[in-house]
Design a protein around this ligand. Structure first.
Ligand SMILES: NC(=O)c1ccc[n+]([C@@H]2O[C@H](COP(=O)([O-])OP(=O)(O)OC[C@H]3O[C@@H](n4cnc5c(N)ncnc54)[C@H](O)[C@@H]3O)[C@@H](O)[C@H]2O)c1
Length: 437
C-alpha cells in the first residue's frame, strides 16, 4: 500500500520505517524541515534502537520518501496516518491543535482528489475527539462527507520508546476503530501477519482503550512503588513479595476484578485495605493510591444512589443483598449500604436474596442479620417474582440465573438498574440502565 505518515516524531518515524519493512511504500511529512531532511538523507531524526538501520535500508531502496508538501504526499498515497503530538495544555487538558491542523490540511488536499482516501488517527485522543473535532474539519476542508470521498479510522499506537521497532512487529494487540468495515479492513491490511489479538471497534472505544492502557500502566507503577515503600518500612524485600504477587495469574495479573461494576465489599477487602493504609501511616509512608481506595469505592455507592434517585420513583426491588452471588455474607456489603441510604431517602423497598433468606432461618449469619440489619431482613420477600410485582425500579446487584427470567418479564413501564452487567440485557423490555455502561 502507499501510505502517508504525518508527524515524524517517535510514533511517525517508527511507523514509517516499519511499514516499509512490511512491504509498503511510505511518505513521511512533518512541519519541521529538519526531520524531513533527516529522512531524505536516510538518517533517523530520533534515537531509537534498530530504527537507523531500517530508515537507511528503505530510503536506499526507495521505499521511504519524505516531504513537507501535504498535497504531494496525499496525491501519491491511499491512506494517511496521523501521528502528530497531542501534548498537555497548561490545564492538563489535551492539546488537539496539531491534529486539528493536520486534518484541515489533509481535507484541503483531498478536495479535488477523484479517488477515496483513508485518514487514520494514530495520535492519542480522548474519546469523541475524532468524531466531534477532527471529522468535521476533514469534511469542511474537503467539502466531502465521510464514506463519500474519504474514510476515517482511529488506530492507537502501543509502542514503547526504546523497544519501539520490536513492539511494532510484536504488538500486544491491534485496535482499529472505524465507522465502516471497508476502512477497518484497509487499516488491518497494514498490520497483516502481525501477532496478537485484533479488535475492530467503534472509534470512541478505540480512543478510550489507549487511555485505559496508559492509566493502568501508571496505576501498576504507582502500586508497585507504594507496596515497595511499605515493604521497606517494615523490613521486607519488596521484590520477593512482588515476584510472588506476579506469579498469581488467576486473581492478580488477570482480567479478574477489572470489569467495571459496583463497589467492592465483603469481609476482607475493606478491612485489609484499611489495615495496610494504617500500617503505612504508622511507618510514615505516604501511599496516596492505597489511601484513596476506600474513598473511590464510596464514590461507586454515591453514584448509584444519585442515579436511582434521578429516576424519580420510589418503589424499589432489590435482587441480591449479599456482596456477591453464592454467599450469605453481608459484612461490609456495599449493597447493604446502598439500600440503607435509599431507605433513609424514603424509598419503599423489597429485597430478594435466597441465600440471605436461608441464612436468616439457620445460617451462621443468622445472628448478624437479626442484630445488624433487622430492618433489612424485614424487607425480604420470598421470590424474584414478588420483586417484579412490587417494583417501579428493579436493582440487580449480582448475576444469578434465578433473576434473568423475571427481568425479562418486566414491563416497559418498569426500570432495571444493573450493577452486575447481567447477560442478555437486550432481552429486557423494561427501561434498562447499567451502573457504568
Ligand atoms: N512516544 C510514544 O512512545 C508514544 C506511544 C504511543 C502513542 N503516542 C502518541 O502518539 C502521538 C505522537 O507522539 P510522538 O511521541 O511521536 O510525538 P512527537 O512530538 O515526537 O512528534 C510529533 C511530530 O508531529 C509533527 N507535527 C506537528 N504538527 C504537524 C503537522 N501539521 N503536519 C505534520 N507534522 C506535524 C511535529 O513536528 C513532530 O515532529 C501522541 O499523541 C502521543 O501521545 C506516543
Amino acid at each position: 500500500m502507499r501510505i502517508s505518515v504525518f508527524g515524524l516524531g517517535y510514533v511517525g518515524c517508527v511507523s514509517a520505517a516499519c511499514l516499509c519493512e512490511s512491504g509498503h511504500e511510505v511518505w513521511g511529512i512533518d512541519v519541521d524541515p529538519v526531520k524531513v531532511n533527516f529522512l531524505l538523507e536516510g538518517k533517523s531524526p530520533i534515537v531509537e534502537y534498530e530504527l537507523p538501520e531500517l530508515i537507511a535500508k528503505h530510503r536506499a531502496a526507495g521505499h521511504l520518501n519524505a516531504t513537507t508538501s501535504i498535497e504531494e504526499a496525499v496525491r501519491k498515497t491511499e491512506i494517511s496516518l496521523i501521528c502528530v503530538g497531542t501534548p498537555s495544555l497548561p490545564s492538563g487538558a489535551l492539546n488537539t491543535e496539531y491534529a486539528r491542523r493536520v486534518c484541515e490540511q489533509i481535507g484541503a488536499a483531498i478536495k479535488d482528489l477523484t479517488r477515496s482516501h483513508t485518514v487514520v488517527l494514530r495520535s492519542t485522543l480522548l474519546p469523541g475527539t475524532t468524531r466531534r473535532e477532527l471529522l468535521p474539519r476533514l469534511e469542511q476542508f474537503s467539502g466531502k462527507a465521510e464514506g463519500n470521498g474519504f474514510y476515517i479510522a482511529y488506530n492507537p499506537e502501543f509502542l514503547r520508546e526504546g523497544s519501539a521497532v520490536s513492539d511494532f512487529f510484536g504488538p500486544p494487540k491491534t485496535v482499529i476503530g472505524a465507522e465502516r468495515e471497508v476502512a477497518a479492513k484497509q487499516v488491518a491490511e497494514l498490520y497483516k501477519g502481525l501477532p496478537g489479538p485484533f479488535h475492530m471497534t467503534k472509534i470512541e472505544e478505540a480512543e478510550l482503550v489507549k487511555y485505559a492502557d496508559n492509566s493502568f500502566h501508571a496505576v501498576k507503577v504507582v502500586f508497585g512503588n507504594e507496596i515497595g515503600a511499605i515493604a521497606k518500612s517494615v523490613g521486607v524485600d519488596s521484590h520477593r513479595v512482588m515476584d510472588i504477587f506476579c506469579s498469581d495469574t488467576k486473581l492478580n495479573l488477570s482480567p479478574y476484578y477489572l470489569k467495571p461494576g459496583f463497589a467492592f465489599g465483603g469481609s476482607c477487602l475493606p478491612k485489609d485495605v484499611r489495615a495496610l493504609s494504617a500500617c503505612a501511616r504508622q511507618n510514615n509512608v505516604a501511599a496516596p493510591l492505597l489511601f484513596s481506595l476506600m474513598e473511590s469505592n464510596e464514590e461507586s455507592v454515591k453514584r448509584a444512589v444519585k442515579a436511582i434517585q434521578a429516576f424519580g420513583k420510589k418503589k424499589l426491588g432489590v435482587m441480591g443483598l449479599a456482596f456477591k452471588a453464592g454467599t450469605d455474607d453481608m459484612r461490609e456489603s456495599p449493597v447493604v449500604e446502598l439500600v440503607e441510604t435509599l431507605l433513609g431517602k424514603g424509598f419503599n423497598i423489597k429485597i430478594f436474596d435466597r441465600n440471605v433468606s436461608l441464612a436468616r432461618l439457620m445460617g451462621s449469619n443468622k445472628a448478624y442479620i437479626e442484630s445488624a440489619i433487622p430492618h433489612l431482613a424485614e424487607l425480604l420477600c420470598e421470590s424474584a417474582d414478588d420483586i417484579a410485582v412490587h417494583s417501579e425500579i428493579v436493582l440487580v446487584t449480582y448475576r444469578d440465573h434465578e433473576f434473568y427470567p423475571v427481568l425479562q418479564k418486566l414491563s416497559k413501564h418498569q426500570i432495571v438498574y444493573d450493577l452486575a452487567r447481567v447477560p442478555d440485557s437486550e432481552k429486557i423490555h423494561a427501561e434498562y440502565h447499567g451502573v457504568c455502561w
